[in-house]
Design a protein around this ligand. Structure first.
Ligand code: AMP
Ligand code: MN
Ligand code: MN
Ligand code: MN
Length: 284
């Protein structure tokens, strides 16, 4: 089988960040859905990798250790996926711990803003019910609680009306730098990949400087086929990857059976002309 035809899912979240399934339950779902090679990529956290690897092994599912690092670039939040990392690398582990460290304060501030600006009280305590890892309280946990209490009908509506930039529950945050994230990933033996590039609201000039800087720092790939892109964006970013000489990656960005854009393992095949990041890893 050509490596391009492998059912690769290299972007997914467990309860160790803002997913709703444990690493083992996610492994089972990936296997059941026909995934050939799976990566767990929790936000700013590698604490689920050991369980994920063991569960995948027991299921006969090929596994790649991953992470999705939050960065701030030109005032915007961007996500960088690291794949094939050594999750025990001390510099990576320390850098991720530092990246996570502001989340607790931010969550309290978000709850305060929601109380002051939207009159919604007790959201911090409510969101905590959904948190699997006390180090990793995320906007997703807030969104699930706000749906539970009927503030909105869906998680995406909560983001639209309450949790995105400029809305009452949004609190700006400084994450890692691009240089830090890429260097931690490379230092841990991995490859750095821009997560869902179509999701960032950058001007064409800013996209160009971002990709150019990412490449100069040693970044090698961008995601094209992801649950966070529209079908048109699969093609658009395949072209962009080829223009910049990037390889491409693929992943559902699965978080939850309830509100998944695309289920784990259920993405379409890669567009023609794709040069996948895993080509070098798996011989045909
Ligand atoms: P945080 O890292 O706490 O800022 O939370 C970011 C997470 O929120 C992302 O990883 C997504 O899982 C989720 N998210 C962001 N924007 C949206 C959206 N528009 N709809 C649904 N989920 C979103
Ligand atoms: Mn997420
Ligand atoms: Mn992301
Ligand atoms: Mn993600």
């Amino acid at each position: 089988m050509s490596a391009l035809a492998l059912n690769v899912d290299f972007h997914s979240h467990s309860t160790v960040s803002d997913g709703v399934l444990s690493p083992s339950a996610l492994a089972e779902r990936a296997k059941r859905n026909g995934v050939d090679v799976w990566a767990l990529t929790d936000h700013d956290e590698v604490g689920g990798i050991a369980e994920a690897r063991a569960a995948a092994k027991a299921l006969g599912l090929r596994f790649i250790a991953g992470v999705e690092i939050s960065i701030t670039w030109a005032g915007k939040t961007i996500h960088i996926v690291g794949l094939n990392i050594d999750e025990k690398n001390p510099t990576l582990v320390q850098g991720l711990a530092r990246t996570r460290s502001g989340r607790e304060r931010r969550a309290r501030d978000m709850a305060q803003e929601l109380a002051n600006r939207a009159g919604i009280h007790g959201v911090y305590e409510g969101a905590l019910k959904y948190v699997g890892n006390p180090d990793l309280i995320s906007r997703s946990h807030f969104a699930r609680y706000l749906v539970e209490i009927g503030v909105c009908d869906s998680v995406s509506d909560v983001f639209k009306h309450y949790l995105s930039d400029g809305k009452p529950g949004f609190v700006p945050h400084r994450w890692a730098t691009l240089q830090e994230a890429v260097s931690w990933i490379i230092g841990a033996g991995g490859v750095a990949i821009v997560a869902h590039p179509g999701r960032y609201d950058l001007s064409p000039i800013a996209y160009d400087s971002f990709f150019t800087e990412f490449k100069a720092l040693g970044g090698v790939a961008i995601e094209t086929v992801t649950g966070s892109h529209t079908v048109d964006q699969y093609e658009e970013f395949t072209k962009i990857a080829n223009q910049y000489g990037f390889l491409v990656s693929r992943g559902s960005d699965f978080h939850s059976p309830q509100d998944a854009e695309v289920d784990i393992g259920k993405l379409p095949t890669m567009p023609k002309g794709s040069r996948p990041v895993w080509d070098a890893w798996f011989a045909a």
